[in-house]
Structures are given as structure tokens and as C-alpha cells.
Design a protein around this ligand. Sequence first.
Ligand code: NAP
Length: 290
Amino acid sequence: MAEHRLNGTIDSHTVLYGVIGDPIRHSKSPIMMNRAFRETGINGVYTAFHITSETLPAFVDGVRAMGMRGVNVTIPHKLQVMELVDEIDPGALAIGAVNTIVNENGKLTGYNTDGIGYVRSLKEEAESGLAGKRIVVIGAGGASRGIVYSLLKEKPESVAISNRTVERAEQLADSLGGEAAGLTAIPNEKLEQWCGDADIVINTTSVGMFPNVGQSPIEGSWMKPGAVASDLIYNPLKTEFLLRAEARGCRIHGGLGMFIYQGAYAFEYWTGQAAPVSAMRETVLEALQA
Ligand code: NAP
């Protein structure tokens, strides 16, 4: 159980947490996580470290030496760090990426909270029941992998993956169980038809992300009115894809919730306490709109 902070001060009991990446100075994780520590009174402090591939092994030694309790890992270290921790959670192993490290008395365990964070956000903010749903995932990059893995646990009727580079969609579908698991890779010319039949369409590509805010991976008219359009992007908060889907009469779900909940799961793994999700969201929203 994490120790509580007296009078909000950093003292000789304060435990260190942080996020590593290259680049890292754009990260909103420190303001979000420090708000969570303040809100719960836990005696922790969270900062950002610019770590390169060369300095990653020394950083991980430093985590053990300094007794850092928790680390978030972002681009480009999610794969390389897997070789440096002591144990990997089965979910992170299946996804093939670690974004959260928990330090238990010097033993480091790697987890992946991106996929479960996304699904928790989708269920709480857009569609509470995913069982039996027809889902289309556009994109087959790193984020897509975690999301598809976590979506399959919800027992949807089908998950169809489309990607600009079709071979990557096929590889992703095969590696997570293929047709037997309800997973299909679809050719690009069939995307319109699959979107028209889908209950949920998820954009996991970077198409539409700042500064290319006018771009969308599909036309709004491809969507079924009433279906859910979901985008992993949170800058802008409402992407061109979501604007078009909204005009079509779809329910829309942006990427901010995924960011909040991947952090909420990490916080819960580290501290054993429920994350103050609404305070975390409020802080990140303020920072994005500043
Ligand atoms: P990634 O591994 O680099 O994958 C990028 C994906 O986008 C690939 O499927 C790629 O297709 C596709 N793509 C890129 N440019 C494209 C274009 N012009 N036309 C069509 N497809 C294109 O990146 P990632 O880590 O998965 O991240 C993907 C997106 O998710 C980013 O926008 C990122 O900000 C967002 N994200 C959000 C959160 C969150 O917390 N909300 C977390 C993680 C990621 P190819 O395979 O053909 O190159």
C-alpha cells in the first residue's frame, strides 16, 4: 500500500515515478499523474525523462537502484524494454509491447495498459456491451495490436482489420488467432462495405492527427447511422473522422479516454488504489485547451 503524503510536501519518504520516451517533453502524463497523487494524498512524484535507446539499460538499472516504484514507457522503447525487465505480464507478451513497469522490491514486471485502457474508455463512454458487436479496426500499427487483443476478450461477433499496407493487417490477424478468433484482415477495396455493416469503427491510424486535421481515413457516408465511430487520436479532441461520423448520425468517441485510462490502470497497479479518473481527465483537458 502506498504511503500518504503529509501536508502535500515532498519529503524523504516521497516515492519517484516517471515516463520515459524520445521525444518526451510534449507528454501530458506528468501533470495527469501528479494530479492523481495529490488527489489521493499518496506520497509520490512523477516526472518525465528523456531516455534514448543507448541510455535505456542504464535507466532500468537506475530504477532498481533508486527504488522508483513505477515507470510508463512510450515511443520508441515499448519493445526494447521487454528485454530489460524481470517478468512480463502474459497480456503484454501477447501484444508484444510494454508501456508500464511495476517495481516490487527490485523485481521489475512489464505490463501493457494501452489496450485495456482503450476498452475501458470505449465501454464507459460509448458502448457498454461489446459482446456480439461487429467491429472494424482501421490501422495495424503498435496501438492497434493492443486494442485488438483487448477487444477480443469482450467476445465481439467479429473484428475486421484494414490497413494501408495490407500485409501488416494480415500479420496482425494471424498472430492474434486469425479466423478462429473472429479476426479477419480485409482488403482496402472492401473497407467501405465492412464499415457499412459495422456497429463500431475504430481509427487507430495517425490520419487526422495534428497538424493534418482535415484528413479522415474514411468518408462519413460509409458509416451506419447510430453506429459508434471511435478515434485513438486526442489532438484534436474531435477529428475530421469524428466530425464526419457525427454529421452522419453516429455516436462518437475520441482518444482522450484511452490516454486517461491507460494511466489510470498504471496508477492502480502501482498504488493498489482506485485512480481519480475525473480529476485526471480535468487536468489533461485543461492542459490541452491552454
Ligand atoms: P504506428 O505503430 O506508427 O502505426 C501507424 C498506423 O497508421 C499504421 O497502421 C499506418 O499504416 C497508419 N498510417 C500512417 N499514416 C497513414 C496514411 N497517411 N494513410 C493511411 N494509413 C496511415 O503508430 P501507433 O503507435 O499505432 O499510433 C497510431 C495512432 O494512435 C496515433 O495517432 C497515436 O497518436 C494514437 N495513439 C493514441 C493513444 C491514446 O492514448 N489515445 C495511445 C497510442 C496511440 P502502415 O502500416 O501502412 O504504415
